[in-house]
Design a binder for this molecule. Sequence first.
Ligand SMILES: Nc1ncnc2c1ncn2[C@@H]1O[C@H](COP(=O)(O)OP(=O)(O)OP(=O)(O)O)[C@@H](O)[C@H]1O
Ligand SMILES: [Mg+2]
Length: 409
Amino acid sequence: MKTIVFIETNFSGLDTFKYCSERGYKSVLITDSFDRFKHWFPESCLYKLEHADQVIEVKNSDDIDELTKAIETEVGQVDAVLTFAEIRTKVTATLAQRLGLAGSNIEAINIAQDKFRFRKVIEEKGVEKVSCIKVSAITELVDIKDTLSYPCFLKPVQGHSSLGATVCNSQDDVNDIVAKFSQIDEEWISSAFVVEDFLQGDLVSVEILTTSEGHHQVVGVSDRDVIKDSVETGASFPLDNDIREIVEKKACDALDAIGYDFGPSHVELILTQQGPRLVEVNSRVGGSGHSVMMDLATSRSIVGDCVELCLGNIKEEGRLYPHVKGAAWKCFVSDSAGTIDKMPSVDEIKALEGVEEVWLHHGVGEKIESIDSNFSWILQVMCTGKNQFDAKNNAASAVNFVADNTVIQ
Ligand SMILES: Nc1ncnc2c1ncn2[C@@H]1O[C@H](COP(=O)(O)OP(=O)(O)OP(=O)(O)O)[C@@H](O)[C@H]1O
Ligand SMILES: [Mg+2]
């Protein structure tokens, strides 16, 4: 029996435990915090963790020595180690190397997770130039605000979930932004920030499975709904317009430039008037329901493919990912802060056209703050349709239904 070890997981990775049990693989989840899962995932999905055959609790799942010891003493023979959690991609690649197993290039992950270094490497390798400076703390902006060109975009050098990501329109905004973001109370967000060109246009992402150096299986491109300049509230798939190929090529060029030669990635770009510009490379499967959207549209399991890739079972024979229908997710968010008094039931929403899944991020009785990150989602629907447009429309209708039948005061 093959034994697959997962170091933490994101929302997408929750489905791999079931995938492993269906394939007869033993799955082992190593975690240092169940509270993090409760913070990250809708409560109704936590049961998926129970599909893991073994759970090992450690003090710090980012500590390579502790992970190695836990595997030695509590697992024994391992056939693959992988993660779906951005915050553990580097330690997982390091662990794979230490155990002599297939894994991603550690230096590529280092570059991808440093948004300043990423810009520099991409520029040096001739992929594109987006002007960018780094400040060691956001408070430094106050001293240099008259040297910046506006609008500019600010985000932590290392970050996730759009926390601390914001546009800065003029010098007058600097003090408010500094006050708001000088203490982000969230794990794994650096105090250093990048200040870069504001890229105006639609956000898209390319989902890719890299099987070896320079060999990229493109799963497809998805669009993204963004509000307040950085909070992602929806996506639809597969996007197929006249610049799809250019976008796919740029995403693959970015992977080659940073040396990412093995594993899944979720590459974000903004379609500016000057052409697509890279936002970031995530060296993992897209989170927040993205994998479910891809699975529905391609009839494959992207998280399962990650397992098979590590086991050496993905053979390169033409395009892996067909597009059999459209899929889309969308979140209900509320502009007004307050307590949720009333919401439609999951069953009512599931009865709407094309709705496949409903995920409650917050429920009746819970308090809602104003929208400031991807943690502001209240409810998420996953829909299918004949094609991308159809799926997107179904998701929009379902969210409108939720908005019309929800009371927050
Ligand atoms: N230079 C830019 N110009 C305009 N918008 C940007 C820029 N960089 C990032 N954004 C917006 O901010 C969002 C968050 O930025 P980024 O993806 O780099 O950070 P993150 O917190 O790692 O993201 P995620 O939410 O994907 O985890 C992007 O999805 C995009 O909408
Ligand atoms: Mg991002």
